[in-house]
Ligand binder design. Structure first.
Ligand SMILES: Nc1ncnc2c1ncn2[C@@H]1O[C@H](COP(=O)(O)OP(=O)(O)OP(=O)(O)O)[C@@H](O)[C@H]1O
Ligand SMILES: [Mg+2]
Length: 261
């Protein structure tokens, strides 16, 4: 198992932020985590990274039972890309160095760069479709381009799990499609880490994400195969509102019914 969470509850401030969450991720699966604002997605990711400790239940990541493992070592196997990371990077840094800095998860320290580092950075930027940004200043890159660089940066450490926490936040329609195309290429590559894609929007959940977990108010409402979860029936129950699921090509769109508007 890549991740095995059994009956995890996380209580904070007299409130259960997560209730009896069980989630198993097997090798070869890529998962999407779908939930509204405040449903507990980031809290769950914090549990997987060992930043929060479950009040009840058990967590095993990459075969290591929490309690018996050095979390700092384990975290090196887990990449986590979120937009808040963008603000921590130096705007005047060159793109390839930003990518290479992911090797040791440092910011702004570019000592001892080897030929191998440069070549891995180039190949990762190729996979993400952003090799044309090589040697540009980070500040000259658009939001979507920066997201691609951050994903390449996370891959530089060769993680076995890569968490993408709302990577399309703040992107326009076309930048979003470009980023999703890059993520598809990554997901389809044989050496891809296990991907966990966090989002509010079903249309971002590409078929490469074989499984989906639905979370509401800290409770898992449903988890399973993409095509079994992203249906009108399941999502209406999940949102507690009548919605209609429409599939266009590879994408799944959710429409609220007119009566709600
Ligand atoms: N340390 C904490 N102490 C108390 N409450 C917290 C703490 N961390 C998160 N929460 C609360 O837990 C709930 C879930 O938060 P979380 O950040 O996990 O949601 P989310 O699903 O990631 O939402 P979003 O889509 O907006 O990012 C929220 O109501 C939040 O206010
Ligand atoms: Mg969140």
């Amino acid at each position: 198992m890549v991740i095995q969470i059994e009956h995890a509850t996380f209580r904070q401030g007299g409130r259960n932020l997560l209730n009896d969450v069980s989630w198993r991720i097997s090798p070869g699966e890529h998962w999407a985590l779908l939930g509204l604002n405040g449903s507990g997605k980031t809290t769950l990711l914090n549990l997987i990274n060992g930043y929060y400790w479950p009040t009840e239940g058990s967590i095993e990541v990459l075969g290591h039972q929490f309690g018996d493992v050095d979390l700092r070592e384990l975290r090196k196997e887990i990449g986590w890309v979120s937009t808040s990371l963008q603000e921590k990077l130096y705007p005047s840094d060159r793109t390839q160095y930003v990518v290479i800095s992911g090797k040791h998860a440092t910011i702004g320290l570019y000592d001892d760069i080897t030929e191998e580092d440069l070549s891995l950075a180039r190949s990762l930027m190729d996979t993400l479709g952003c090799s044309h940004l090589w040697d540009r200043e980070l500040r000259s890159c658009s939001q979507g381009e920066k997201q691609k660089l951050l994903i390449a940066r996370a891959l530089m450490a060769k993680p076995r799990i890569l968490i993408l926490d709302e990577p399309c936040n703040g992107l326009d329609l076309f930048s979003r499609d470009k980023l999703l195309a890059s993520i598809k290429t990554l997901a389809d590559s044989p050496e891809a880490p296990t991907l966990i894609y966090v989002t509010h929007h079903t249309e971002e959940i590409l078929p490469a994400f074989s499984h989906v977990l639905l979370i509401r108010d800290g409770t898992v409402i449903r988890s399973g195969k993409n095509e079994d979860v992203l249906t009108t029936e399941v999502l209406s129950e999940f949102y507690e509102a009548p919605v209609t699921v429409e599939k266009h090509g590879e994408r799944v769109y959710v429409r609220t019914t007119d009566s709600m508007v």
